[in-house]
Design a protein around this ligand. Structure first.
Ligand SMILES: *[C@@H]1O[C@H](CO)[C@@H](O)[C@H](O)[C@H]1NC(C)=O
Ligand SMILES: *[C@@H]1O[C@H](CO)[C@@H](O)[C@H](O)[C@H]1NC(C)=O
Ligand SMILES: *[C@@H]1O[C@H](CO)[C@@H](O)[C@H](O)[C@H]1NC(C)=O
Ligand SMILES: *[C@@H]1O[C@H](CO)[C@@H](O)[C@H](O)[C@H]1NC(C)=O
Ligand SMILES: *[C@@H]1O[C@H](CO)[C@@H](O)[C@H](O)[C@H]1NC(C)=O
Ligand SMILES: *[C@@H]1O[C@H](CO)[C@@H](O)[C@H](O)[C@H]1NC(C)=O
Ligand SMILES: *[C@@H]1O[C@H](CO)[C@@H](O)[C@H](O)[C@H]1NC(C)=O
Ligand SMILES: [Zn+2]
Length: 458
């Protein structure tokens, strides 16, 4: 092959591959979206156990191996981040137990229905209604609370005793009976409950719990299929956080370091929220020196990367235990497994899978941030985003309407084409050199032409 031609082919090839990158991102398919959370589904469970139903779900859709969630890696803060695209400091649901110093109100998981705690943000189920559609929910944290003066159109009051089957049944009923329902949220407590009770390292118990979770995914696909929704609606299955093994040997007892009369505990482990009753710097010093596996921060010094500082509900001193360590005041280990630790730890990350007309088929992505899910969902639903901390650019390639090519694939194709063309050129020249005395009329002419161009090849 002519060397100039080789360069031309390479350039053309590179250009054509690059050009598909700049797509028109207009989304026209506003199919309903069902968002499902299986609490405490650590990302790497996918590698250690078998999930035939979940595998079927994402092999025909999208799988994201790791979702970098928000600090603190607890259930309520992360479910609200998924629904708002905001870090905890910006949406106001900062922990399982909170205290507001201005109003002197308390928040606990069993007394969470005061709108005051939730109104610093607007969750997607409210935005969907503001856009003129209906939203429904089955026990997703916050969906039974009046937020911005609304609950979802249909919802179930939180009750941990209600089975997955019943929650799913109600959601599919609401979705299939009414076209104007555009968003549904479904929450289930497993495998979080088993992870806390037996510890994630108990593979016998985890295998049992994860088999049930996978069966529930199978039930979900079956029910959507039966109601004619499968393949027509978009479904996202994800989780709030992971889980790590705790141990009696990794216990931090505050009573060994500070007098209980010198502080109030708002939340305890693995991230403690502390209100000092003595000189804060004195208390801070004692807590800092308490245990090498626990870091103490004055509120102002909490690392920026945690996005856990700018809110009245964050207490003056925060203690953060190392992975797998437990903070108590005295006594033994409360739970064999826990979460809440630094959100840079892989053990704290969940996964994400998606299926439906909006999503690519067989697409796999290494990681996204959990705050990036919100702008993606708004895009799928065709509703405006509220200000948030995510970026649609990070997740858009999961969508079938977005023309994306992986940079790695582009580079791979270009290198591959280059190798093939170089080899062909080389073989071609070799052949020609082998037949110098050829009687073919044009042989000499070709060789001469090549000689002219030799400098190009040097
Ligand atoms: C994308 O395409 C649609 C229809 O083909 C068109 O109406 C719209 O203006 C385009 N948007 C952009 C940003 O080019
Ligand atoms: C629930 O929280 C509200 C507001 O923080 C408080 O006024 C009320 O007393 C709490 N109820 C219970 C039963 O603790
Ligand atoms: C959910 O569905 C069941 C029937 O399966 C029904 O009895 C129950 O009232 C529903 N719950 C809500 C909150 O609508
Ligand atoms: C897992 O938990 C079960 C039930 O408590 C217990 O019998 C078993 O020994 C545990 N296995 C491991 C490996 O910890
Ligand atoms: C949906 O139902 C049809 C007919 O019963 C079956 O062939 C198909 O495999 C089902 N699909 C899923 C995803 O369950
Ligand atoms: C804790 O502080 C109180 C009040 O300052 C004091 O009476 C008590 O002896 C202290 N306890 C310990 C164990 O130091
Ligand atoms: C997160 O988003 C909110 C709302 O736009 C904004 O106020 C806040 O500054 C953002 N946080 C960061 C770290 O950018
Ligand atoms: Zn939990």
């Amino acid at each position: 092959m002519h060397p100039k031609a080789l360069l031309f082919v390479l350039a053309a090839c590179y250009q054509s591959v690059i050009s598909v990158n700049t797509g028109n991102g207009t989304q026209k398919d506003f199919s309903p979206l069902l968002l499902v959370s299986f609490d405490g589904f650590r990302a790497d469970y996918l590698n250690s156990y078998t999930f035939p139903h979940l595998h079927k779900f994402f092999s025909d859709g999208v799988l994201v191996d790791q979702v970098t969630n928000v600090f603190i890696t607890k259930t309520f803060p992360n479910h609200y981040s998924l629904a708002t695209g905001l870090y905890a400091e910006s949406h106001g649901i900062l922990a399982s137990h909170m205290y507001d110093p201005l109003t002197k109100k308390d928040f606990t998981l069993h007394n969470d229905s005061d709108p005051f705690w939730w109104n610093e943000a607007t969750p997607i189920w409210v935005s969907v209604q503001e856009s003129g559609y209906k939203s429904v929910a089955a026990m997703w944290p916050g969906t039974d609370v009046m937020i911005q003066n609304r609950t979802p159109t249909h919802f179930m009051k939180y009750n941990g005793k209600v089975s997955f089957r019943e929650r799913l049944g109600n959601v599919t009923k609401w979705l299939s009976e009414d076209d104007s329902v555009k968003f549904a949220a479904l929450y289930w407590e497993e495998p979080d409950y088993t992870g806390h009770t037996y510890g994630p390292d108990n593979t016998t118990e985890m295998a049992k719990a994860l088999k049930k979770v996978d069966d529930d995914v199978g039930l979900l696909m079956e029910q959507l299929n039966q109601t004619g929704l499968w393949g027509k609606i978009n479904v996202i299955i994800t989780s709030d956080h992971g889980m790590v093994q705790c141990s009696q040997g990794r216990l931090i007892q505050l009573d060994q370091c500070v007098n209980r009369s010198s502080y109030i505990v708002v939340d305890l482990t693995p991230v403690a929220a502390i209100i000092p009753l003595i000189e804060p710097s004195d208390l801070y010093k004692k807590l800092s020196n308490c245990n090498t596996h626990m870091k103490a921060y004055m509120k102002d010094a909490i690392p920026d990367r945690l996005h856990y500082k700018n809110n009245e509900r964050i207490q003056p001193i925060i203690l953060v235990a190392d992975e797998g360590w437990t903070i108590v005041q005295q006594g033994g280990l409360p739970r064999l497994g826990d979460h809440g630790y630094d959100n840079s730890l892989r053990s704290m990350h969940p996964f994400l899978a998606a299926h439906g007309p909006a999503f690519r088929k067989g697409y796999r992505k290494e990681s996204i941030n959990s705050v990036d899910l919100y702008p993606l969902m708004c895009h799928i639903l065709g509703i405006p985003e509220k200000p948030n901390n995510g970026s649609f650019a990070h997740t858009r390639c999961m969508l079938v309407t977005e023309k994306c090519t992986d940079l790695a694939v582009v580079v791979g194709i270009v290198i591959g084409v280059f190798i093939v063309l170089t080899t062909i050129t080389f073989l071609f020249r070799l052949m020609k050199n082998r037949e110098p005395s050829s009687s073919r009329p044009f042989a000499r002419l070709e060789l001469q032409e090549d000689d002219d161009d030799d400098p190009l090849l040097d």
